[in-house]
Design a binder for this molecule. Structure first.
Ligand SMILES: Cc1cc2nc3c(=O)[nH]c(=O)nc-3n(C[C@H](O)[C@H](O)[C@H](O)COP(=O)(O)O)c2cc1C
Length: 333
């Protein structure tokens, strides 16, 4: 067992989290993560309406009696989803943990806090982590530049971003982005984090509801097989390299592109087709650089128990072996 401030505060066995994933964070995967002793998040906006979210939470509860949460991703949008109604569905469902992501969660926080819900805010910089701490979230998840999805615009990888954050943030910190195995978990703990958040690795498990073709492609892909789209719009997203993301990058590299120039290529419905039909060039699909560390499609239970066991072996074996037992070990400042 690896016990940290995070596992203790959130009542879970292992310091491992499955972050919200559009089209992927559904009941089957989240329940499998909960049953493994880690913490999974249903992705609210994958459900077409707040009523559907209520049903999805109930479905997850039928599959596990362990804690799980809901991700609410708040993004600026021309036609925003009814965030307050999704939030209300979460509060009324009795879920006890929420992951917020995207914009500052301040408008939603009092509603969650009044309901006794613990909030983990996912962000991409030290300044946003400090802001989230200041407004009262219970933990932060910090995505480095390696991550799948939105890494922000600072381009700071986890090896610098996580210790830069943990030396200033007082609440528990989850390292996110680029983590797919025990080595990443141990490294995150060494950098001062209290646990890890993973997306791409959980997408490539047996219980993940994406087409087998997607899982096979993740296994085949290397750390080089991602593309950064929306860079010129200052809304960068790291996605899998394919014909469509290549075309978007081409259009953006010509300069002066507006969202209208790429709107059809990046449509959410096309991305959904990739996950549902396994047509890998149907649209944009999200994946991170840690694809280069993923070589199999395990069950969630096997993945989590393997990560924890191997992490213990690395800490107590390889790392402990570097320490000269005849010398006293000074206290960590
Ligand atoms: C397919 C996919 C969809 C994602 N969708 C969301 C989302 O809707 N909201 C969100 O906060 N994060 C989303 N993420 C980001 C993950 O929660 C997580 O922060 C990220 O995957 C960590 O990087 P990693 O993939 O290297 O582990 C998504 C990631 C993937 C792979």
């Amino acid at each position: 067992m690896l016990t940290t401030r995070f596992t203790e505060a959130f009542g879970i066995d292992h310091p491992i989290v499955q972050g919200g994933m559009m089209w992927v964070g559904r009941a089957e995967l989240v329940a499998a993560v909960a049953n493994s002793g880690a913490l999974g998040f249903i992705t609210a906006l994958t459900q077409p309406t707040p009523e559907d979210l209520t049903k999805e939470i109930a479905r997850c509860r039928d599959l596990t009696d362990r804690p799980f949460g809901v991700n609410l991703t708040i993004l600026p949008s021309i036609n925003p989803p009814p965030y307050a109604e999704y939030r209300q569905a979460i509060v009324e469902s009795g879920v006890t943990i929420v992951e917020t992501a995207g914009s500052n969660p301040i408008d939603h926080l009092p509603h969650f806090k009044d309901a006794g819900i613990k909030v983990i805010h996912k962000c991409t910089s030290v300044r946003h982590a400090l802001k989230a701490e200041q407004v009262g979230v219970d933990a932060v998840s910090i995505d480095g530049f390696e991550c799948a999805g939105h890494p922000g615009e600072d381009d700071v990888p986890g090896l610098v971003l996580i210790p830069a954050a943990t030396q200033r943030v007082r609440i528990p910190v989850l390292a996110s982005g680029g983590i797919a195995d025990a080595r990443g978990l141990v490294a995150a703990l060494a950098l001062g984090a209290d646990g890890v958040n993973m997306g791409t690795r959980f997408m490539c498990t047996q219980e993940s509801p994406v087409a087998e073709e997607v899982k096979r492609q993740i296994v085949a892909n290397s750390e080089l097989d991602t593309a950064l789209i929306f860079r010129t719009l200052r809304n960068t997203a790291r996605v899998a390299a394919n014909a469509v993301s290549g075309e978007v990058v081409d259009i953006e590299s010509r300069g002066g592109a507006t969202f209208d120039d790429i709107r059809d290529l990046v449509a959410g419905a096309r991305g959904r087709k990739v996950f549902e039909d396994g047509d890998l060039d149907a649209g944009i699909w999200t994946a991170g650089q840690c694809q280069g560390l993923i070589h199999d499609v395990p069950s969630v239970e096997d993945l989590v128990s393997r990560m924890v066991t191997e992490a213990e072996q690395i800490i107590a074996g390889r790392l402990a072996g570097f320490v000269d037992a005849s010398e006293p070990v000074g206290a960590l400042r």
